[in-house]
Design a protein around this ligand. Structure first.
Ligand SMILES: Cc1cc2nc3c(=O)[nH]c(=O)nc-3n(C[C@H](O)[C@H](O)[C@H](O)COP(=O)(O)OP(=O)(O)OC[C@H]3O[C@@H](n4cnc5c(N)ncnc54)[C@H](O)[C@@H]3O)c2cc1C
Length: 399
């Protein structure tokens, strides 16, 4: 039986593991985290996300986890609404979907759907990948070495497989000039409720604070600010100090959020980057998901692309007959890349002003942003925008 090593048990990795197991491969997933990862904000179930889950028979499980959504609103420091866009705007094709689920629920659904043909190794990663005549020899952090017919790097934007096989991260990373912290806040008796609204408060100096609905009794918080680089991951104190300095004078509930960040088990902080890799495959090693094409959370398409990419890779391997004849792997990987390139290239083309709108620089910019949100929904423009939305692929996940 052909053996595949998937490095990274995130959305792309676990989706592919499931698809290849069903196709008859023996699958090993090496995930660096000690257990399935939780955390992350909501994922939009429109477009490819819905289609691929449906193909996998997992749509009912996803629909059972929906988080109530009313829409998005932009607010001032006293929570007065500057603009709002309900989920019903543009026939349900607007900024926020009526059907969203938490990334952690999606990850859990994919993970649990795997059968006995998938072996997950947690706390594990690869240290070296060596071509041998019959495959790729992977050396693991835990010490052993094993041969695989195919190795897939589904280990996210800071991919180790990419670094080992294609070169250092700085060659492929394109920072967008913003950083983003996200975490879960547990509601207390006095916590203001969101009632399904995704609220964003922009402050001058390119700082944005947002709270969106999560599981019952929880809110998903995001803090966005200007930065190209961050203190190292291991220096948590320096990371919190940076956030606290940056947001010290921002109003609304920011002080409450900064305190909650320190308590959160799922606190995460990263730069908003894109990843551009000229070729995703080399011999029997291939990149999948953010490691290959991260379009950044600002695209709103990361999860949809990860799922579609897994489906296209599985389909290309099947069409080439790579399971029966691993000699056909290079042709299958080339076919996969031909299919996915146009989709990822288009997702990486962020709409003009998208980065600036995520954290406007000046008070005027904040007012213009709110005005734009209101104007887009004005009666004369509605048919135009509706047509534009209808022509796009939907799969927004963390707008
Ligand atoms: C916990 C978490 C929360 C997230 N929250 C959000 C969010 O709120 N908004 C948003 O827009 N995007 C979020 N993302 C990113 C989003 O999931 C991806 O953009 C998208 O789903 C593409 O999926 P992916 O599988 O390519 O990458 P990811 O979902 O990032 O998965 C990559 C996986 O690889 C693992 N990994 C990393 N390095 C190694 C290594 N060296 N060896 C083995 N495994 C490794 C990671 O632990 C992770 O499980 C989050 C990612 C994670 C892991």
């Amino acid at each position: 039986m052909a053996r595949v090593l998937v490095v990274g048990g995130g959305i792309a990795g676990d989706a592919l593991a499931l698809m290849l197991e069903r196709a008859g491969w023996a699958v090993t997933v090496a995930e660096i985290a000690p257990a399935p990862r939780t955390g992350g904000q909501t994922v939009d179930l429109r477009g490819d996300c819905r289609r691929v889950l449906d193909e996998l028979g997992l749509l009912p499980a996803a629909l059972a986890c929906l988080v109530p959504q009313a829409g998005a609103a932009w607010i001032d420091e006293r929570e007065r609404r500057l603009a709002e866009m309900p989920v019903t705007a543009f026939d349900g094709r607007g900024y926020v979907s009526a059907e969203e689920l938490l990334r952690s629920d999606l990850a859990r659904i994919l993970h649990r759907a795997a059968g006995p043909g998938v072996t997950h190794r947690f706390g594990e990663t690869v240290e070296a990948l060596e071509d041998v005549p019959t495959g790729v020899l992977a050396r693991f952090r835990s010490g052993g070495a094993e041969e695989f017919d195919l190795v897939v790097g589904a280990d996210g934007a800071h991919s180790k497989v990419r670094a080992l096989r294609f070169g250092p991260e700085q060659r492929y990373r394109r920072p967008l000039g913003l950083a983003h912290a996200w975490f879960t806040l547990r509601e207390q008796p006095g916590t203001p409720r969101l009632d399904g609204w995704f609220l964003t408060h922009n402050a001058s100096g390119r700082r944005s604070v947002a709270a969106r609905p999560g599981r019952a009794g929880e809110q998903e918080i995001g803090l966005t600010f200007a930065a190209d680089a961050l203190p190292p991951r291991r220096d948590r104190e320096a990371r919190f100090a940076l956030l606290e300095r940056t947001f010290a004078d921002v109003g609304w509930r920011t002080r409450e959020f900064l305190a909650a960040a320190r308590q959160a088990e799922d606190f995460a902080l990263d730069t908003y980057d894109q990843v551009h890799v000229p070729s995703w495959h080399d011999g029997r090693v291939v990149l999948l998901g953010d490691s290959a094409w991260c379009a950044s959370p600002l695209s709103g398409l990361g999860t949809a692309l990860a799922l579609r990419g897994a489906a296209e890779l599985a389909a290309a391997l099947d069409a080439a007959g790579a399971l029966a004849d691993p000699g056909r792997l290079p042709a299958a990987l080339a076919a996969f890349e031909r299919t996915m390139r146009p989709r990822t290239a288009s997702a990486q083309q962020l709409p003009p002003g998208r980065v600036a709108a995520a954290a406007p620089k000046t008070a005027l910019g904040i007012r213009v942003n709110a005005l734009a949100m209101r104007t887009l929904q004005a009666r004369p423009l509605r048919p135009l925008i509706r047509r534009a939305m209808a022509g796009t692929e939907h799969g927004r996940d963390a707008a």
